[in-house]
Write a protein that binds this ligand. Structure first.
Ligand code: 2HG
Ligand code: ZN
Length: 487
């Protein structure tokens, strides 16, 4: 599938989509042809912008018959190039952005049914309007779309309490690679009817079909939140504190984020509006959030007393508890702008790893010592969702390295070796090289290397069974295989 698509097929697609349903000029298609991190640049003959499930079905059916590959495209916030077509121009981009209706809010049933192109923020707002909570929470929630969240099994900052996107789904609607519509858009909590087919499409990054709608789980809306930034000595302190906070406050603990000093310093230096809550530097911080049922002031008082005792016992160095919604927002602003700060500071080498929580501190010590030899001078900006064992164990070049300089290029040339060392270490610690960002195009080689071979063969078998012509998002998750010689 490398030849340019048949012009007759493109003409038929345009008819099926109607005059407002496609883009083809270079200027119009450009935003769909590179990924969020600018790692890839692709090409396409057409960006399809269907506005109904029937149109998605028609487009995929036409593509199946014409042998045109389809690259589903949501809010384009993927870190792994999962929504970018290849450079051949032979793949069609299928944007879900116009499929953006909230279909139904069922407050009594704690369920929300939306189109795949709804932004995460729109889904959250719809839930709040019904007095409910949709708990998935990510830095990119204003632009990422539910279909992308489902297809990458997104995580974020409330996984500790509510789970990843996979755990927040009741029902799904999917256009299959031959254009048929799989209708499992049910809100049932109990449905033991054989294989859970919908699960196949969650985390599949559009390689098995196009998700067009989902019925999502809602939760009671907390009366308020109690949010604190706690200064600590490092990762070992964070893990110990996490255990005590969970023992004391149980399921009220919604988030537990780790912020090393360097991440805070980068945010302060590069992102206007970031606050410095303490008057002298500390090695690291834990951003902890509890959700308070009614009445909430008691929880705030109990949490303040708990943190006071931690500081007294010197298991924490200092703590601030937000006293208003604005103060809470300021603490989250600091956390959520760390990726942005690292980007503004210059080049970075990223890892999205997860480890057993009990081994996080040992991992950080071992990895940091190894990198001191492999990438001398590089700075570790290892922050993340410690409550879930998920670290964004990223590297920035030494201070003073100028963007575009030879030093920066030398730093980036280390990326493959650094990735290998870190991912090997993660594997020896029983962790995962991809915690929440998925595989996309970026990590197909890592999947081949680290995934259990039986699991990998099951994945290939599922792909071959559901998409025998290989038209759905080729080269994502599973590496393209060279053509097999038959002579
Ligand atoms: C976060 O937790 C995101 O802020 C981005 O997952 C992580 O940029 C990163 O490495
Ligand atoms: Zn993250």
């Amino acid at each position: 599938m490398t030849a340019a698509p048949d012009p007759a097929a493109i003409a038929a697609l345009k008819v099926a989509l109607g005059p407002d349903g496609w883009l083809e000029s270079a200027a119009d298609t450009a935003p769909y042809l590179s990924d969020f991190r600018r790692l890839y640049r692709g090409a396409t003959a057409l960006v399809a912008r269907p506005n109904s499930v029937a149109q998605v079905s028609a487009v995929v059916g036409l593509c199946a018959r014409a042998g045109i590959a389809v690259v589903p495209h949501g809010g384009n916030t993927s870190y792994c190039g999962g929504a970018t077509p290849d450079a051949s121009g032979a793949e069609l981009v299928l944007s879900l952005g116009r499929l953006n209706r909230v279909r139904e809010v069922d407050a009594a049933g704690y369920a929300l049914t939306v189109d795949a192109g709804c932004t995460l923020a729109a889904a959250q707002v719809a839930a709040v309007a019904a007095g409910r909570l949709f708990p998935l929470s990510l830095g990119s929630e204003g632009s990422c779309q539910i279909g992308g969240n489902l297809s990458t099994n997104a995580g974020g900052t409330a996984v500790l309490r509510y789970g990843m996107m996979r755990e927040l789904v009741l029902g799904l609607e999917v256009v299959m690679p031959d254009g048929r519509v799989l209708d499992q858009l049910r809100s049932l909590r109990k449905d033991n009817t054989g294989y859970d087919v919908k699960q196949l499409f969650l985390g599949a990054e559009g390689t098995l079909g196009v998700i067009t709608g989902a019925c999502l789980k809602l939760f009671p809306q907390p009366a308020d939140y109690v949010t604190a930034l706690v200064a600590i000595g490092g990762m070992a302190d964070a893990v110990a504190l996490l255990g005590r906070v969970r023992d004391e406050f149980g399921d009220a603990v919604e988030g537990f984020e780790y912020i090393p000093r360097l991440a805070h310093e980068l945010a302060l230096a590069h992102v206007p509006g970031v606050i410095a809550p303490f008057d002298h530097p500390h090695p690291a911080f834990a951003l902890i959030e509890l959700a308070a049922p009614k009445p909430w002031p008691e929880l705030q008082a109990r949490f303040e007393a708990f943190l006071g005792a931690e500081v007294e016992a010197r298991t924490a160095r200092d703590a601030v508890v937000a006293q208003s919604a604005a103060q809470r927002d300021a603490l989250w602003f600091l956390r959520e702008h760390i990726p942005d700060a690292q980007t503004r500071a210059g080049a970075s080498i990223k890892h999205d790893v997860s480890l057993p929580v009990a081994r996080l501190a040992e991992f950080v010590d071992t990895a940091t010592a190894t990198l001191a030899t492999l990438a001398p001078g590089a700075r570790v900006v290892g922050y993340g969702h410690v409550g879930d064992g998920n670290l964004h164990y990223n590297l920035s070049p030494a201070p003073g390295v100028v963007r575009g300089s030879a030093e920066e290029r030398a730093f980036l040339e280390l990326a493959a070796r650094v990735n290998r060392v870190i991912h090997d270490l993660v594997a020896t610690f029983g962790g995962s090289f991809s915690a929440e960002h998925g595989i996309g195009r970026l990590k197909t080689g890592e999947l081949e290397r680290y995934e259990d071979p039986v699991a990998l063969s099951v994945m290939r078998a599922v792909k071959a069974a559901l998409d025998p012509a290989g038209i759905m998002n080729p080269g994502k998750i599973l590496a393209r295989r060279p053509a097999v010689r038959r002579d």
